[in-house]
Design a protein around this ligand. Structure first.
Ligand SMILES: Nc1ncnc2c1ncn2[C@@H]1O[C@H](COP(=O)(O)OP(=O)(O)OP(=O)(O)O)[C@@H](O)[C@H]1O
Length: 287
């Protein structure tokens, strides 16, 4: 065999070992979570429907809006978007669960509903403890400095001023915002979208959450930050509750979550060990 052939084979052997290790880890984690059996989130046949007002308003231009005003025509009918269709699953304490699926499949909608930000049209969601949604849109104030946002964000999460003082430097260091200058003293509007997302993640990750819902936060940081945040998610999981992670980065899902739920057009396609589910998703297969 040529040396490159040998190299290829040894890489393949290493890959298989990695996969087997991961499969073993995932199976153990799922079994442990089921053994302790403390359900943290129960999603029972949930349907979520967005109601879009004036969606069929013709061209949607200023002229057509003005002509509607002048002619006093009633606003057009409400259009419904059925984003989640009969999804059912139970999450247990200590689990980190990945949510995957193509664009518009309903992942973010599902997270918002678990966080209690969207009502269900049918079915119910029960949570044990307080779910916290950490999305790329989590509210920080653009005109305030990073420093003020850290303080306000921590207070808003229920930390005491003394706890904020104690954790402040760790949060700034974790975010890496100051790696390229004293950005923490500048208004948030001067941050790149990646920097802002890193700061949001760092603030939310400073606290132990009962149920932490993370929407795409990991894909915005650079490699070093992604590694730090993956390690922090593992810690958070140990410390307390359940972590949900929505991401298009399958490697982040593989490294962070032992269980994955695959949603497509609002329906649950598969729920099981990450390697199995992500593997099928990547191969374009269906169970
Ligand atoms: N505020 C909204 N109003 C109306 N429809 C919405 C709204 N937000 C999402 N939708 C629709 O709901 C469906 C699910 O969207 P959602 O954002 O949950 O998907 P996603 O899986 O998170 O997508 P992506 O991977 O692109 O972030 C899509 O058809 C989308 O167009």
């Amino acid at each position: 065999m040529s040396s490159s052939g040998r190299r290829r084979r040894s890489t393949a052997v290493a890959d298989t070992t990695l996969t087997t290790d991961r499969e073993e880890r995932d199976a153990k984690a799922i079994a442990a979570a089921k053994e302790t059996r403390v359900p943290t989130v129960v999603v029972d046949d949930v349907h979520i429907v967005y109601k879009v007002h004036g969606a069929s308003a013709g061209k949607g231009s200023a002229t057509s809006a003005l002509s509607r005003l002048i002619s006093r025509k009633r606003s057009p009918a409400i259009t419904e978007v059925h984003a989640v269709r009969g999804v059912t699953f139970t999450a247990y304490k200590g689990e980190a669960i990945g949510l995957i699926g193509s664009n518009g499949s309903g992942k973010s909608t599902m997270l918002s509903a678990i966080a209690g930000l969207l009502p269900t049209a049918k079915g119910a969601i029960y949570t044990h403890g307080q779910p916290s949604l950490l999305g790329v849109n989590a509210a920080l104030m653009d005109d305030l400095t990073g420093e003020r946002n850290v303080v306000l964000g921590c207070l808003a999460m229920g930390m005491s001023p003394a706890q904020v003082k104690e954790r402040y430097q760790d949060i700034v260091d974790f975010s890496g915002i100051n790696e390229k200058g004293q950005f923490i003293n500048l208004p948030m509007r001067t941050y790149s979208s990646g920097m802002a997302a890193r700061l949001r993640f760092s603030i939310a990750a400073a606290k132990t959450h009962d149920v932490l819902l993370i929407d795409e936060a990991l894909s915005t940081g650079d490699q070093a930050f992604q590694r730090r945040s993956e390690a922090r998610i593992r810690e958070l999981r140990k410390e307390a509750g359940t972590v949900f992670l929505v991401s298009h980065n399958n490697n982040a899902i593989r490294d962070t979550c032992e269980r994955t739920i695959w949603i497509e057009t609002g329906e649950l396609i598969m729920d099981g060990p990450t390697d199995e589910v992500v593997g099928m998703y990547e191969r374009g297969e269906r169970p």
